[in-house]
Ligand binder design. Structure first.
Ligand code: ADP
Ligand code: MG
Length: 474
């Protein structure tokens, strides 16, 4: 990748940076600080129109939005941009045309929900691109074409969910119905559920699919009641071949919507149509849910996506880097995968942040730079300790030599510390299983898995042993 850097009159670097990318990262950060409603209402159709001599100009869709943003979010935006750009920034708001699709960063579900909330259209002139597509074809509904099976990386934490999703996409309505997919934030639920829709449409463009959030379902229901159009509302949902409702956990807040959904469900189900629910928690943990709805949710296949292990994170980081044309050395990519450990959306954000840094500084960052950019603790144990150091510490704690630990002898004196090494290399350094096997001179990774289980079990039953493991300085 070629970086193109220019120099301004003041002598400071004025890179021709990709403002759309920067704004996308900034928006991801903004979302962490304000409510989804506010975010949708005020940041839609904003863009970063330029950075010049330390002045960042944010273009807003209306003077109303400009004033509101200026008086309410000036500080927040300034500090976020300063962090991203690592320089002093003054922020100005201006009314102007939004640049391309800058507001609609992929992967931000809120936009997807937003696009079908007609209430807000008059104020901000939201473009109903998806909606018009839907009207034209009557089939494709609010699916983001970037969410595909082809770019979904499979690992142990999502293997089952992925297999089920793929099977459903090939024979919708037959195998697992309903499909209830749950898991924490940013772990790929929306991606996977939309991949089903995209695959189905790819196989048969005549299929009628709707992807929506439970909020949309509610809003449309309320709207239809207000306009006396409940029949149309029902027909719209009930004629579908596939219905995907995301963030279904929110349905519990509205009794009436639950009832409506229950009937819609029954009709679709009896007609052999596929229903997919996506939630941040399993049906059992959704409070205030009608029993009969809960039992429907549980009546098909319930699958979860759990937090990704380091192998999966590494694979995802590498794939995303490739997808986005980000060229960073493997050790830096691996460092990112090790440092950002619980959310794939953040992993992506981290990657983009580093890439932006590279574009601005023109230098390939060192691990310490990356740590600073990501605001992870560079001195934190996990990142500093080498596998060698860790093994040495275990040896010191258990009074054995490295040679013994890496050797063949299988007496308890050696086996136990050897297993502790494997356990800590995994838990603290999050090394891939294969690498752990190599570090300890073992032939394959099943030995490592076994060792981890043994140590966990032993720690549970033997408090002294647990303390000893805890004493190892990592
Ligand atoms: P959720 O709906 O669970 O909150 P998303 O589906 O929106 O999460 O995923 C967040 C981001 O992470 C998206 O950009 C998505 O493409 C990406 N992502 C999640 N899991 C994977 C995966 N297994 N492979 C590739 N990208 C993934
Ligand atoms: Mg989601």
């Amino acid at each position: 990748m070629e970086h193109d850097f220019g120099t301004s009159q003041t002598g400071s670097i004025t890179p021709r940076v990709n403002t759309a990318e920067i704004w996308k990262i900034a928006l991801e950060q903004v979302q962490l600080h304000i409510s989804p409603q506010n975010f949708s209402a005020w940041f839609k159709n904003t863009s970063l129109s330029g950075i010049d001599n330390g002045i960042a100009t944010i273009s807003c869709p209306s003077s109303f939005a400009r004033e509101w943003l200026d008086s309410n979010h000036h500080k927040l935006i300034t500090s976020i941009l300063q962090k991203i750009l690592q320089q002093d920034i003054e922020v100005l708001f201006a009314v102007g045309p939004s640049q391309q699709d800058s507001g609609a960063s992929p992967g931000t579900d809120r936009y997807e929900t937003m696009a079908i909330s007609p209430d807000e259209a008059p104020i901000f002139n939201i473009e109903f691109t998806h909606q018009s597509q839907f009207e034209e074809s009557q089939n494709r509904a609010f699916l983001n074409p970037i969410y595909l099976f082809e770019n979904f990386v499979v690992g142990s934490s999502n293997r089952l969910a992925h297999a089920a999703a793929e099977a459903i996409a090939e024979t919708p309505g037959r195998l697992y119905n309903p499909f209830f997919l749950h898991g924490g934030v940013g772990l790929g639920k929306t991606h996977l559920s939309q991949a089903i829709g995209n695959r189905v449409l790819n196989n048969d463009p005549n299929k009628k699919i709707l992807y929506c959030s439970s909020e949309t379902f509610l809003n449309e229901m309320v709207e239809s009641i207000r306009n006396g159009k409940t029949t149309e509302f029902r027909q719209n949902y009930r004629k579908l071949d596939i219905l995907v409702i995301d963030d279904i956990q929110f349905i519990s807040e509205w009794q009436r919507a639950q009832e409506e959904l229950f009937h819609t469900f029954n009709i679709l189900y009896q007609a052999g149509k596929q229903i997919i629910f996506v939630s941040d928690r399993p049906p059992k943990q959704i409070e205030n849910l009608m029993d009969r709805l809960r039992s429907r949710f549980e009546g098909g296949m319930v699958a979860d996506i759990s937090t990704p292990d380091v192998e999966l994170r590494t694979a995802i980081v590498r794939q995303k880097a490739q997808e986005k044309g980000i060229l960073l050395p493997d050790d830096i990519l691996d460092f990112v995968a090790r440092s950002v450990d619980d959310n794939i959306r953040e992993l992506e954000g981290a990657l983009i942040k580093i890439d932006t840094h590279v574009r601005i500084s023109g230098e390939v960052p060192e691990e310490a730079d990356v740590a600073r950019i990501l605001e992870v603790d560079a001195a934190s144990k996990r990142r500093k300790t080498s596998p060698r150091d860790l093994i040495q510490e275990v040896c010191a704690t258990f009074g054995v030599s490295i040679r013994d630990i890496r050797g063949k002898r299988r007496t308890a004196d050696f086996v136990v510390p050897r297993q502790v090494c494997m356990y800590l290399l995994r838990k603290e350094l999050e090394l891939p299983l294969e690498q752990i096997a190599r570090e300890l001179n073992r032939s394959d990774h099943t030995t490592v898995l076994h060792a981890i289980e043994r140590v966990e079990a032993k720690m549970e039953e033997d408090a002294d042993f647990k303390d000893r493991v805890g004493e190892v300085k990592v």
